[in-house]
Design a protein around this ligand. Structure first.
Ligand code: GUN
Length: 291
């Protein structure tokens, strides 16, 4: 079994981006500037956004954190988005999800200028992704592709099973793994809450990508020998530690890791890759050079 070490690979990517930023500075060019909007006080969301801003500092980007109260109306948020769209000093921005119930998420995502949509959630960018056109690829799926590529994991002709059809991970992942090229050229099954006999499907999988948010869901008996297992789950489970919780993935790692050929740990797998690829998309937005 080989660990797919997202911590190490994301550090490598951040170092590569730092070098690019250094070159921009030497040429007297403006460095990339990412803005992040967060509405409300959800602890996990605040942690993620905080990590994104910290990562900007580390690579030499400028960053702006826009914090709005949980009572923010849809109109107020749309106005803020309009400002960010028009602000020439900002290359890309994200609106952290989930949003409070009074706000229509799809309406908000559609208000973002596609050229600044470094999350790749705007329908124009999502459509381009599905059509193999250059665009922003959503950071978590992009991070998984990058991990597979840097470890030389073969995807061509393999059966990939994606568990969960979220707009952020499962759905784009299922599209990307079936696209032409590497990593891709895979035969994809997208499973979800209405899928019957899921274990019968996962035991046929060469590659399993699970993005469900149910701790220890994927058991050893659901995985065939030498499968590649990518765990996107990051659920906070209360415990006696100082923080009061620990982060748990969707995979029963202790037993699944004994059967897998490659596996991502949680934490230290997909999570850090998401942040690295958001930085990558912001660099591409600055350079207006899309993949
Ligand atoms: N919430 C969970 N993951 C993400 C992400 O990648 N981007 C945004 N904006 N919100 C999220």
């Amino acid at each position: 079994m080989q660990l797919l070490d997202g911590k190490k690979v994301s550090d490598d990517i951040k170092n590569e981006i730092t070098a690019e930023v250094q070159k921009m500075k030497e040429k007297g060019e403006k460095v990339p500037h990412l803005a992040a909007v967060i509405v409300g006080n959800d602890g996990a969301s605040l942690t993620y956004v905080g990590s994104k801003v910290k990562a900007c500092e580390r690579v030499g980007f400028e960053s702006t954190l826009v914090k709005m109260p949980s009572t923010t109306s849809e109109t107020e948020l749309l106005k803020k988005i309009q400002q960010l769209n028009e602000d020439d000093t900002i290359d890309g921005f994200i609106v952290q999800l989930p949003l409070p119930d009074q706000i229509d998420t799809q309406k908000v995502l559609m208000a973002i200028d596609p050229r600044k949509d470094v999350d790749g959630f705007h329908p124009e960018n999502f459509g381009k992704m599905a059509l193999d056109m250059s665009t922003f690829i959503p950071a978590t799926p992009f991070g998984i592709l990058e991990l597979l590529e840097r470890y030389g994991v073969e995807t061509k002709g393999k059966h990939t099973v994606v568990i969960g059809r979220s707009h952020i991970v499962g759905r784009p992942m299922s599209i990307l793994m079936g696209r032409k090229g590497f990593p891709g050229n895979s035969t994809v099954t997208l499973t979800h809450s209405y899928t019957k006999n899921i274990a019968q499907i996962t035991t046929q999988a060469d590659i399993i990508i699970t993005a469900l948010g149910v701790p220890n869901y994927l058991k050893a008996e659901m995985v065939k020998d030498d499968a590649v297992v990518i765990d996107v789950g990051i659920t906070r489970v209360n415990d006696d530690s100082e923080k009061g919780y620990r982060i748990t993935g969707d995979v029963d790692f202790e037993f699944v890791s004994k059967k897998a050929s490659f596996i991502t740990p949680v934490p230290g797998g997909v999570g850090p890759m998401t942040i690295a690829m958001l930085l990558k998309n912001t660099l591409l937005a600055r350079e207006q050079k899309l993949l």
